[in-house]
Design a protein around this ligand. Sequence first.
Ligand code: ATP
Ligand code: MG
Length: 355
Amino acid sequence: MKTYRIACIPGDGIGKEVVPAGETVLRALSEAGAGFRFEFTSFDWGGDYYRRHGKMMPDDGLDALRSMDAILFGSAGDPDIPDHITLWGLRLKICQGFDQYANVRPTRILPGIDAPLKRCTPADLDWVIVRENSEGEYSGVGGRAHQGHPIEVATDVSMMTRAGVERILRFAFRLAQSRPRRQLTVVTKSNAQRHAMVMWDEIAVQVSREFPDVAWDKELVDACTARMVNRPASLDTLVATNLHADILSDLAAALAGSLGIAPTGNIDPERRYPSMFEPIHGSAFDIMGQGLANPVGTFWSCVMLLEHLGEQEAASRLMRVIESVTADTGLHTRDLGGTARTAQVTEAVCRRLRS
Ligand code: ATP
Ligand code: MG
């Protein structure tokens, strides 16, 4: 029987609750006759590791992950450690080390979820946001001079390469082409950011010629936020820069009902390295250790992980079970206005996978 090797990195905060829940669900799926097995390896990297070793993960950490089929990630964030250390020391180190340049973020209103847009039906909101995940505003290029002095200068250079923009746009067009509506919105801010964003627009025109069957349009990021609220049905697949898509996908998650539900995949489309799947929420220290975390975002991330492994049937089966569980308001966690606990939702998913 085929065995997939999965690295589990719970990280910090509620990551330590939702990643084991994801592992439990994946194990239940394989035990329920999916036709393949998982071999899980857990890594205790994150804030606690930092307190012991002065770094978020070991220097040779990427080598331990390299041969894995996929990575299931929780969250990196710790109230006692600056965010740029937790983020760059773990999550971004893996994303950049494995060139996971496409960050894919599906958004839908799942059955039973009370989403805030009252004029919007679930059929109106079915998006995938593709986030450029390797350069742009989060390239890390920049610096500070005259630190602490009145004349201090600080810069973050939004660095875009033609090759980087071309590959993410081509990925987005291909993804749009694979979805029923074959529609892509390319989001930029080329009216105000006059260099890199103008290059995005130009490359979009160029790449679009390879996809004559995809209907596409351009949108400015500020106008896009309004469009997501006012005309959600006019959008399907979206592609945007690292920073812009980061913001748009939090908006998307909130419009779909809760940050606790939304999944994401950090994908290396060329499959040279393992890809990494995670809920989009952070460490949520306010609720950690209390069994209150909504594990649905992690479960949906497991669906994306299965799709990436080519296990489409198992992925659809898990997604149907997740939808049957969200449809049951008795199984809603506190973020959805319910009282269910992480363990109850996890057990319900496992039970329904077995039956
Ligand atoms: P980080 O700094 O790591 O991003 P954070 O404290 O900003 O973490 P987020 O995870 O970004 O927390 O989420 C903001 C708030 O949303 C949390 O404080 C929490 O109350 C709620 N929340 C997020 N994810 C979940 C979840 N899975 N289940 C329940 N509530 C959640
Ligand atoms: Mg946060």
